[in-house]
Ligand binder design. Sequence first.
Ligand SMILES: [Mg+2]
Length: 387
Amino acid sequence: MRIKDIETIVVGAPTPGNGRLSNRNYIFVLVHTDDGITGLGEATLEGHDRSVLGAIEDLRSLVIGEDPARISYITQKLRRQKFWGGGVIKGSAIAGIELALWDIAGRRAQLPVHALIGGAIRDRIRVYANGWTGGALDKEQIKDGAQRAYERGYRAFKFSTAVASEPVRDAEITRLIVTMAETIREAVGPDSAIMLDGHGRYDRHLAVQIARGLADVDLLFFEEPVQPHRVDDMAAVAGQAPMPIAAGERLTTKEEVLPYLTASALAVVQPDLAHCHGFAEARDIAALADAFGSWAAPHAPMSPLVAVASLHLDATLPNFLIQERLLLDDWRDRVILPPLEVSDGYIDVPSGPGWGIELDMNLCRSKPEIVVEMPQLTRADGSVADW
Ligand SMILES: [Mg+2]
């Protein structure tokens, strides 16, 4: 069997909600083989569609004609044979291709991907909802959103406050976040998990102020309290915050993750299978974290395709904590068939060959590419803040 072609499909998937959430195009990668099997991957990277599509184009000649079963060999070629690393752009392009190769391997063997790497060690995967606030800051809207997500079967809820903050001390943003967290706790009860995504918006001092303000809410973790390339800051926050610290969606190799683990900065690592060069690197990152007594909670706020790929990995990890899932609640859930079902906080381990899903091509082709505008946050003095 040989790889005949790589096809990319761009699906416009606008995100509803208050202008505080990022829009996105889904970038699906289809790897076609000469015996008729097609594997599915995803390389979605919000706001960088042309860059990722260009990177896939640049890598195409290294893949065509190869045996798709040689996943590690092909990934090595993609990572090493063009001299330049490419950070998250190239990491996403390679991930899209690599994920499709795993799907081909599973379809060929008529086994789910998790069965190719030792099999599932659990029957169902604990998930949390993200995106369910729709970017709202209003208490009533937050309460309604949390209750709706609860009714959809979720028992764990991540929130974020996409508002610019001032450096070092910001009582207003701290109050806003604490109020949001308390509102969610009230809506979902004491037994549900709550997580805050700081999105790298804060410096180490403000992050600690916010973390201490949240001490009584009992968070499962505080994600990206500071920018994700500041190891010392992350470690400082981890040393002073009353809850575990998580990060990793913007780290694309095990080498990038290692210094956080040696510095005891991360209780939870969050590899993104569509950004970190794919399934195998995400597994390596999770194994590395396990050696340091840290937990894995794969990041997956794109289409449900990468969420499904993540479930296959989650099923096999001894140190798996919880899986991210974007609460879409519209046609975006149905770009994969069958759609994912959340029940009592869990999704069943997928059982079909490969990823166990197909893309609804008619639906995908009916949603043309959109111009992706990311929210733009500015501080009181007009300077640029991180979204
Ligand atoms: Mg995040």
